[in-house]
Design a protein around this ligand. Structure first.
Ligand code: ATP
Length: 261
């Protein structure tokens, strides 16, 4: 098995109910000297294609830990994480990296753009690291920057962009490889409320249009009526799972992932 690969040629390969990522009774502990911190306790959930999901709760409740596990950035202390139906624990480090690079995009609180690169170059970067040709990477990046409303800012370096614009570049970058899932840890924490709402609306629109699942963490309860599903965390426990007021828009086409062998 070489890992989990996107399969854009077969957009309907996943049945509608199949989970992109699933956690089964997942716990995560940290040992700090003599004391054990239970960052996540027995969390079970499934994220489906095109779902727009907020993880919320107070500081220290386990939101980032949950995002790291959903994004295959970290491994659980116990329980199972399944990505596209494959138990991630059965993958080698290399296979897990391949799955992550091909199928998951990330958006960060601090945008994490490369300061010396233009907006266009930042968005092209993941494809170029993945050895795509420059022409292909440029065409995909132009399309993504158009999608996030930044076609007029292609040559701008991050320092010449507002926070909201930088986060939209970061969203374009996260989407460049057509991932099945985007994980965003506090994507609006450094934005004012109008930019926060704009970024959330943008992610939701793209996720629903392309069947990309989004999981983002937030402290901001004002964003919670903009999501399909809310996961409320408290002391490492998933205490409430609720549908939001806005009904989910069905995905037009769900990008498929498959395990290649
Ligand atoms: N690498 C680590 N080593 C030790 N403890 C950790 C580590 N990462 C997180 N923790 C602890 O695990 C618990 C959950 O942390 P986590 O960062 O997931 O919470 P959070 O809800 O994202 O918090 P915040 O909103 O402040 O970012 C906290 O008690 C935190 O101190």
């Amino acid at each position: 098995m070489q890992g989990i690969a996107m399969n854009p040629a077969a957009p309907h390969a996943l049945p509608p109910a199949a989970a992109v990522v699933e956690l089964r009774r997942v716990s995560k502990h940290y040992q700090l000297g003599d004391s054990r911190i239970d960052a996540l306790r027995q969390v079970s959930l499934a994220i489906r294609p095109g779902e727009f999901v907020a993880v919320w709760g107070p500081s220290g409740s386990g939101k980032s830990t949950l995002c790291n596990l959903v994004g295959l950035l970290d491994a659980p202390s116990s329980g199972q994480v399944l990505f596209d139906g494959t138990d991630v624990a059965t993958l080698s480090d290399n296979q897990r990296s391949i799955a992550r690079n091909r199928s998951i995009g990330f958006v960060f609180q601090n945008f994490n753009l490369v300061p010396v690169l233009s907006a266009l170059e930042n968005v092209m970067l993941p494809l170029q690291i993945g050895r795509a040709g420059t022409r292909q990477a440029r065409a995909a990046a132009l399309r993504r920057l158009d999608e996030v409303g930044l076609s007029t800012h292609l040559a701008h370096r991050p320092a010449r962009l507002s926070g909201g614009q930088q986060q939209r570049v970061a969203i374009a970058r996260a989407l460049i490889g057509a991932p099945a899932l985007v994980v965003a840890d506090e994507p609006t924490a450094n934005l004012d409320s109008s930019n926060a709402l704009r970024v959330i609306a943008l992610m939701r629109r793209i996720g629903h249009a392309e069947g990309t699942a989004f999981v983002f963490s937030t402290h901001d309860e004002r964003l919670l009526d903009r999501v399909d599903r809310r996961l409320r965390m408290h002391d490492g426990v998933l205490v409430e799972e609720g549908a939001a007021a806005v009904p989910p828009v069905p995905a037009v086409s769900a990008p498929a992932t498959q395990v290649t062998s």
